[in-house]
Design a protein around this ligand. Structure first.
Ligand code: CO
Length: 694
């Protein structure tokens, strides 16, 4: 029997009073950040963390991860929650256990490198609000991107955990780039920077058990700092990987409470506790306490999120990760994007193109944001390239990457791709080799000026500086300048119960099924009406065929469709007007001859207050000229030109954000910009006419 399996049967019990192990494995719980980020798109609300917070504080976790990663983005964008407030609220319940956050180094909690002044202020404010441990990573493992934030973490007397993003190009660790020497050298570099702990960040669940053994063993021999393993379950290997890492002497392991565990999340804590019980690495955790926490989560919390779980597959593991060495979340994003563009059949092409694009872009690790950068560019290549030309539509982020704005890539970027990406690039056509933030202008003061009185404190300013469009919208909700749309409101257990009853009824055959009629094709004459009945709102399309108009479609818009929560873009759903009379109110669309609105919603002119929050409906009327249509669904970031401006064919007119990547859309013709149909922050569907060039 090895040391690890010496179970002292006589002294073994489940409780906390069992003898302390010689070298207990320390555990960080990720349920409140990575757990719900992995399983239900980071939609976990603070109010649903509170019921278990005090009990979790009793477990004896080394740390609980409560913040960072995608939480900041999701909270202010989709949950109407102030991200800063979450730290302060949870701190009132967790009195003993340190808080850990995932910090994307110079990317902070966003998707690009921010300027040094903003990065410093962000870290200072995170410390001030209650953050203790900063798990810091850079998507390119370029530690020059750590310099600014680490200086502030240390200055505030907090814990700097340095990450090495684990990635590979072969089916197992090895090859020319990501071999054992790579990881050992990265760990040495982190220790030199003053890392208090070193984390192997296996975000895709790629780290095989025996590779983990080899790395942990090597790092334990090289480094003094404790070694931490973060390995997602996605591929199904992580519980085995954990065990081999523990045998190799890993100090800290990441797990989730079982309702937040497995699939693309992490292995559960309970089986690990039982596995190590009575060994020299026993966690010492009270398994009955863990059971209590699980019961509350199952009963009071999980029902509110069950609708967000991806139950489309029976399989709890994603073997695509084993086949393609790419993160599970990235693949599901790609699938979502292809589906939105009616091109799901091209997924095979995407799998083939992906390793090629990754190699051309410097064989970079695939983790936020590089997974999106490589993923979206791959989709663009598959959808828009032809035999004569590759990289026809290059995202703004790929241009930034080629310029060196994310840092140094593992191998040099393909020179032809780089040259093409940097043609006409705003910062210059010659790539930089310095630390990226050195070329960034300070941005905090500018943000302060722009947001003005809408920001009441520095935390508000940072929210806006990180997320100008959605951050500003959130501040308007926060201070009552704009009504909070219903889709960002929390679900209650009562609502959930109502839905479940309805499903039960349906299953028992007590609900009558409506006969589906065949829907005729919409003609060009279709006119849309907004119809308000009680609290419900419908968009009605009326299609004139011959003499009498027929209603061609009715789309209920009162509720957010279930699948849209998976989308990256905020979904704009109209709010039923409080003034709407029980009787149907029909709001006619603008007459066809009317010139398109030059700004604002395309549904303007707005004849009634009721349509003020109407969605960006497809534009059917156009001015004379060539339309620039949205090649993909997304959110308008900005128009680079004003109405009346002269534009050349190929010149960038619109910046459209799709799947968090910015796409510069070129003008389809030369002429004058005649009309702009949307404004910054509007969501658009594929083929919506964004503007007219005449
Ligand atoms: Co993770």
């Amino acid at each position: 029997m090895s040391d690890h399996t010496q179970v002292k049967m006589t002294e073994m019990n489940y409780g906390k009073d069992r003898p302390k192990a010689e070298n207990p494995v320390k555990v960080e719980d990720l349920s409140l950040r990575d757990g719900h980020q992995s399983l239900f798109a980071t939609r976990g609300r603070t109010e649903d963390m509170i019921p278990v917070a005090e009990l979790m504080d009793e477990v004896g976790f080394w740390a609980v991860e409560t913040w960072g990663g995608a939480t900041f983005d999701t909270m202010h964008r989709f949950l109407n929650e102030d991200p800063w407030e979450r730290i302060r609220t949870l701190k009132r319940y967790f009195k003993k256990t340190p808080f850990s956050m995932l910090l994307r180094a110079q990317n902070l909690v966003g998707y690009r490198n921010y300027a040094d002044d903003l990065a410093k202020s962000f870290v200072d404010r995170s410390c001030e609000n209650g953050m203790d441990i900063f798990r810091t990573f850079d998507a390119l493992n370029d530690y020059r991107n750590f310099e600014t934030v680490v200086e502030r973490i240390k200055a505030n007397g907090k814990h700097f955990q340095g990450c090495i993003c684990y990635t590979m190009t072969e089916p197992r660790m090895g090859g020319e780039v990501y071999n054992i020497d790579y990881y050992v050298n990265k760990a040495k570099a982190l220790e030199e920077m003053g890392a208090d702990t070193i984390c192997i960040k296996d975000m895709a669940g790629l780290c095989a058990p025996y590779d983990a053994y080899q790395i942990v063993k090597a790092l334990k021999e090289t480094c003094k700092a404790p070694i931490h393993l973060h390995s997602h379950f996605t591929s199904g290997m992580s519980p085995m990987t954990h065990l081999k890492a523990i045998e190799a002497g890993v100090d800290i392991i990441d797990t989730c409470m079982s309702p937040y565990a497995y699939r693309t999340s992490h292995a559960a804590i309970e089986p690990l506790v039982m596995t190590l019980l009575g060994t020299n690495r026993d966690t010492g955790f009270d398994i009955t306490l863990l059971g209590q926490i699980n019961e509350i989560l199952e009963r009071e919390v999980m029902p509110k999120y069950a609708h967000l779980l991806d139950d489309s597959k029976m399989s709890t593991i994603d073997i695509n990760v084993l086949l393609h060495q790419t993160p599970g979340g990235m693949l599901s994003n790609l699938v979502n994007q292809l589906r939105e563009m009616d091109a799901l059949e091209k997924i095979g092409d995407v799998y083939r193109e992906l390793p090629r694009v990754r190699k051309e872009l410097g064989q970079i690790p695939l983790v936020t944001p590089t997974s999106q950068i490589v993923g979206i560019q791959t989709v663009n290549n598959v959808l828009f390239d032809d035999e004569k030309e590759r990289y026809k539509m290059i995202t703004a982020q790929v241009r930034d990457l080629c310029y060196g704005l994310y840092g140094k890539t593992a191998v040099p970027i393909d020179s032809e791709v780089q040259k093409k990406a940097l043609k006409g690039y705003k910062r210059g056509e010659e790539p930089i080799t310095c630390r990226p933030a050195e070329v960034l202008d300070p941005e905090l003061e500018k943000a302060k000026e722009e947001i003005g009185g809408l920001a009441k404190d520095i935390d508000d300013v940072i929210t806006y500086a990180l997320y100008p469009v959605t951050g500003k919208r959130f501040l308007k909700w926060k201070y009552g300048h704009e009504d909070v749309p219903p889709e960002v409101m929390p679900r209650t257990l009562t609502q959930v119960k109502k839905e479940q009853d309805l499903i039960k009824k349906a299953k028992a055959g007590l609900l009558e099924e409506k006969k589906e009629k065949e829907v005729p094709e919409k003609s060009e004459n279709v006119r849309t009406f907004n119809v308000f009945v009680d609290d419900e709102y419908f968009e009605v399309g009326v299609d004139e065929l011959g003499e009498s108009p027929i209603i061609s479609y009715i789309q209920q818009l009162g509720q957010m469709p279930a699948q849209s929560v998976q989308m990256m873009q905020p979904v704009q759903t109209p709010k039923p007007s409080a003034k709407a009379k029980p009787a149907a109110t029909v709001v006619p669309p603008p007459p066809k001859s009317a010139a398109p609105a030059t700004s604002g919603s395309p549904t303007s002119p707005k004849p009634a207050a009721a349509v003020a929050a109407a969605p960006a409906a497809p534009v059917t009327s156009t001015a004379e000229g060539t339309p620039l249509k949205a090649p993909m669904p997304g959110m308008i970031i900005s128009f680079e030109k004003k109405v009346g401006d002269a534009v050349n064919q190929g010149e960038t007119v619109v910046i459209l954000e799709a799947m968090k990547m910015e796409n510069a859309l070129p003008s389809p013709a030369s002429g004058t910009l005649k009309a702009i149909n949307y404004k910054s922050g509007d969501s658009v569907a594929k083929n919506d006419i964004l503007c007219i060039i005449g």
